[in-house]
Design a protein around this ligand. Structure first.
Ligand SMILES: Nc1ncnc2c1ncn2[C@@H]1O[C@H](COP(=O)(O)OP(=O)(O)OP(=O)(O)O)[C@@H](O)[C@H]1O
Length: 298
């Protein structure tokens, strides 16, 4: 979903993260199959993913639309990378493959050298302990009947995470700056920013090394949005948590990510350090995204 609120111009909003990414990592990733040799972090190699289209007529064969074409992506341990693109560029389709929610038609995904493929929950526990997902809209993903404490504790049970759940929940709430008093509340009693912090605490509880966050601030008002960006910066830049930030908004990505991958029509059209990409966008689609900062449609 695109957020179209007005705001200051691109130069005022783009603050590239210092340091630089490693665009050569893409080439190295492409040269090995995910799950093959020992590679630290998340690696997608040649991922292609298509969706079935509705039949034109009851007797005709359903067609397919290819949303992701042969994408190579590498996210080293502790790295923070932005995945940007306009609506329909294939971000969600790729993300679902990276999360082992969908199986690529071709190519592969691996984590720390182990293949990551959709399958029964128990077979993916090792992966879900290491890689967690932060959704765009916590209001629709947090069960309204559960308390904050139960919501944050739930993945611990599902993923067989050792340790005292009460201690882990307290620590996760602390990491996202939520007061312990909120533990007994339900999602309906939280503000948008608090709900997003609960979603992040829930993702942090199993102790992952990497968060995949899908437009984590796009539904929030500007001041709250800044606070959540600051929280993500604390986790990724200062605490060393890996972050793949999916967004259409380069201002958020440039505040958080050293490297940015631009998707267009399901293909990677740029993969470079964010500062370089923002200062000198090469692909017309990247130029549009830079010019659209902060929130214009593309
Ligand atoms: N389940 C589906 N069935 C058919 N087509 C789909 C399906 N999901 C996505 N698509 C199509 O695949 C393409 C990529 O969609 P995708 O949702 O991955 O892009 P996106 O970059 O995440 O878009 P947005 O930013 O709007 O969420 C689009 O053309 C979309 O219409």
């Amino acid at each position: 979903m695109l957020d179209r609120r007005p705001g200051p111009g691109p130069a005022a909003r783009l603050h590239p993260r210092p340091g630089g990414g490693d665009s050569a990592g893409l080439g190295r990733a492409a040269s090995r199959r995910a799950g093959g040799g020992r590679v630290n972090g998340l690696v997608a190699s040649g991922v292609t993913r298509s969706h079935r289209l509705p039949r034109q007529r009851p007797w005709s064969r359903p067609g397919r639309h290819t949303a992701v074409h042969g994408v190579d992506l590498r996210l080293a341990a502790g790295e923070s990378v932005g995945l940007v693109g306009c609506s329909g560029s294939g971000k969600s389709s790729l993300l679902r493959c990276l999360l082992a929610l969908d199986r690529p038609d071709a190519g592969s995904v691996g984590y720390d050298g182990r293949p990551v493929v959709p399958g029964p929950a128990h077979a993916l526990r090792w992966f879900r302990r290491r890689v967690q997902y932060v959704p765009q809209d916590p209001a629709s993903t947090l069960d309204p009947r559960m308390t904050v404490a139960a919501l944050v504790a739930e993945p611990l049970r599902h993923l067989d995470v050792p340790g005292d759940p009460d201690v882990v929940v307290r620590s996760a709430l602390q990491r996202v700056d939520l007061p312990a008093e909120l533990a007994g509340r339900r999602p309906g009693e939280l503000s948008g920013g608090q709900a997003q912090r609960v979603a992040i605490a829930r993702a942090l509880a199993p102790g992952p090394a990497l968060l995949l966050a899908d437009e984590p601030v796009s539904g929030l008002d500007l001041p709250v949005r800044r606070q959540v960006v600051e929280l993500l910066a604390e986790l990724s830049l200062r605490q060393g948590l890996g972050l793949l930030l999916v967004s259409h908004d380069l201002s958020v990505v440039s505040a958080l990510c050293s490297r940015t991958v631009v998707l267009h029509d399901g293909r990677v059209v740029e993969d470079r350090p964010t500062g370089e990409l923002v200062a000198d966008p090469r692909h017309p689609r990247t130029r549009l995204l830079v010019e659209a900062v902060p929130h214009l449609p593309c």
